[in-house]
Design a protein around this ligand. Structure first.
Ligand SMILES: [Zn+2]
Length: 461
């Protein structure tokens, strides 16, 4: 496994020297955020703690996406080195990936990774594997550029002129870029930019055809949320001109789309006196059935994917390694598929399968527990404690966790639960808080290094 390397960097802007961890292996199966960071140009990006100046470190790394069988090495010329040294470095990176893979996943594409001299060409290869063409990338750039010009516009008139001149680019894609920028500005606490982006959004919702369509979609969804009944859903579907909005309504209101719903729709069809209205309602019935079938097919496919993962875990020689790699997929749906397989094996009296399934269950539970921060684990134990004595015991066993932030967490839980009318849980939290206060030792809170489950996080920026 790759060692965590720390690079010493001198800021080219203010000459401050600081250390940053170097990412050598980006594996999207282990760390799904890796791809987004790569595409955003954030891999091995050094940000000066003093002046905020960002500079890219020209260091090699490997990008690995096992589903797409992509093993891509970034090997910038600036990293120097002779040909021989470069070959060795490439070999070391591909071995670092291999060592985290169970035997059956070690495929030949990893032995000869594709090598890229520029970051941009590597990014383009990743996009190409997603079916994204150069034209699509250019279209995206043009929209990002238009957004930047809208942000820089000095007056409302100038902004309006830009909107008029570029109507064709102000499509749903543009709104997605706008939303991403809003999220980012919010997350980074850039209030002024956020405010400006909101103004632009409001303007576009009123002034463009797509904007008006999106605004109508969000109003329709809100109306359904406020009144989630079959009648309301039916009314909204009849009123809505835009097919994409109807699809969103059916998806969102899926639990309402049942036998009763279709009965109501059929009644409307039968009582329609106008031939045109009747035909439109019949077309609507076909459409809703089609959307519902699509949603069901998608759900079946998701279950199928989980079944495959379970089968792989059962047949792998290194189930733990595989499970660690596919950790993000071990979700509620996976657990329910696993639980139902266990039940079937029990009913069939198939002891061997049952015991292998139970092993998988225990493995998954152990890995999931590792993911839970110890504070949350303690909180769960406290809330599940059957009596006060157990609660006290749990607290004493975890005295090292009882710092001010944990006490604050207990307080928040109490308030939240009281707010939601969960009196019983609120009382428990209050009692745990009282007890914790009597146990809290008067010692300074020590800073513990963040704990990382072994083997999960390799190198991170
Ligand atoms: Zn600096």
């Amino acid at each position: 496994m790759a060692q965590q390397l720390i690079a010493r960097v001198t800021c080219p802007n203010c000459r401050t020297t600081f250390g940053i961890p170097i990412e050598q292996v980006l594996d999207v199966e282990i760390d799904p955020s890796a791809k987004a960071r790569l595409l955003a140009g954030q891999v091995n990006l050094a940000i000066c703690p003093t002046c905020g100046f960002a500079s890219v470190l020209e260091v090699p790394f490997i990008y690995h996406d096992p589903r797409k069988e992509l093993a891509l090495v970034y090997m910038p010329m600036a990293a120097g080195r002779t040909d021989m040294e470069r070959q060795q470095a490439i070999g070391a990176l591909s071995r670092a990936v291999m060592s985290t893979l169970p035997q059956e996943q070690r495929k030949s594409y990893l032995i000869n990774p594709q090598v890229f001299l520029s970051y941009e060409s590597l990014v383009n290869r990743v996009l190409e594997a997603d079916g994204i063409t150069q034209e699509m990338i250019q279209a995206q750039r043009d929209r990002a550029d238009l957004l930047r010009r809208l942000l820089e516009a000095a007056t409302p008139e100038e902004r309006m002129a830009l909107v008029r001149e570029n109507e064709a680019m102000l499509d749903e894609n543009f709104f997605r870029i706008l939303s991403l920028n809003l999220e980012q500005a919010d997350a980074l606490g850039r209030g002024e930019v956020f405010q400006k982006l909101m103004e632009i959004r409001t303007l576009l919702l009123e002034q463009t055809a797509v904007g008006r369509k999106l605004a109508a979609r969000s109003r329709a969804l809100q109306a359904l949320q406020a009144e989630p009944t079959r009648e309301k859903l039916l009314d909204l579907l009849v009123e809505t001109e835009d097919p994409a909005t109807r699809a969103v309504l059916v998806t969102f209101g899926q639990p309402l789309v049942d036998y009763l719903f279709f009965q109501k729709l059929t009644q409307r069809i039968e009582s329609a006196t106008d031939e045109g209205v009747r035909q439109r309602l019949e077309a609507l019935r076909e459409e809703v059935m089609g959307i519902r079938e699509q949603i069901r097919a998608q759900a079946r496919e998701e279950v199928q994917t989980k079944r495959h993962l379970l089968r792989d875990l059962l047949t792998s020689e290194q189930p733990e390694l595989l499970a660690r790699r596919r950790l993000v997929e071990l979700d509620d749906l996976f657990l329910s598929v696993l639980a139902s397989e266990i039940e079937s094996a029990q009913q069939a009296g198939d002891r061997e399968t049952l015991s292998r399934l139970q092993e998988v269950w225990q493995l998954v539970m152990r890995l999931l527990q590792e993911q839970v921060p110890p504070e949350l684990l303690l909180l769960t134990q406290l809330m599940e404690a059957p009596d006060e004595e157990t609660m006290r015991q749990v607290l004493e066993n975890n005295a090292r966790l009882l710092n001010s932030s944990f006490l604050a967490l207990l307080e928040r839980v109490e308030q939240d639960m009281r707010g939601r009318g969960e009196e019983e849980v609120a009382r428990k939290a209050a009692r745990a808080l009282e007890l914790a206060r009597t146990i809290t030792p008067a010692q300074p809170e020590e800073k513990r290094p963040p704990q990382r489950p072994s083997g999960l996080v390799m190198v991170r920026g």
